[in-house]
Design a protein around this ligand. Structure first.
Ligand code: APR
Length: 182
């Protein structure tokens, strides 16, 4: 359900995104769509081969050169509690080049895909803050600002953080943006 103003309800929690009982979970993928470590590895490991099978089909049909950074695409969630996985490719952090717009695109485009699917509840990880080395404090502001400014029919947006530092960063970012999150 949405909050009193009709905006999506925002939830920040520490946990494992593969366990979330939501319609869609977002995967911090790489452009190959063929799996990896971190969130990507956990989703494929627990979701099973159906996810990779659909990722391969996407590579063979629409994304022969891989999914571009910032874009998002959906597959089945396989054996996971969710119905869909929305794969998006975060930007690798760069100290010399501002790639913030691409990280914002990941969130905006994931919500667009969620709306196309009719998903009511979606869970995001802290995209780009692991292997791609984006400072989590900065990524949290970009993520929360983007979802708070993106028109969407999604009613619940969860950020599922894997450690206390990430959770604290998102709580701090929500406070600094004046967003109510539970
Ligand atoms: N649930 C929620 N969050 C998780 C989980 C999980 N099961 N596993 C890891 N995380 C967190 C990490 O702690 C980090 O904060 O997800 C965040 C993103 O980290 P990565 O998974 O490393 O993703 P990213 O930094 O976007 O790098 C993407 O890593 O795994 C590869 O194939 C992937 O090449 C791609 C790259």
């Amino acid at each position: 359900m949405t909050d009193a103003s009709g905006a999506p309800r925002l939830t920040l929690l520490r946990g494992d995104i593969t366990e979330q009982q939501v319609d869609a979970i977002v995967n911090a993928a790489n452009s190959s769509l063929l799996g990896g470590g971190g969130v990507d590895g956990a989703i494929h490991r627990r979701g099973g081969p159906e996810i990779l099978k659909e990722c391969r089909a996407l590579r063979a049909s629409h994304y022969g050169r891989g999914l571009p950074t910032g874009q998002a695409v959906a597959t089945t969630a396989g054996r996971l509690p969710a119905r869909w996985v929305i794969h998006t490719v975060g930007p690798v952090f760069s100290a010399s080049e501002d790639r913030s717009a691409l990280l914002a695109d990941c969130h905006r485009n994931s919500l667009l895909v969620a709306d196309e699917l009719g998903a009511q509840a979606i869970a995001f990880p802290a995209i780009s803050t692991g292997v791609y080395r984006w400072p989590v404090e900065d990524a949290a502001v970009i993520a929360l600002r983007t979802v708070s400014q993106s028109p969407t029919r999604v009613e619940e947006i969860r950020f599922v953080l894997f450690d206390d530092r990430a959770l604290a960063a998102f709580q701090q970012a929500a406070d600094s943006l004046g967003l109510s999150a539970n």
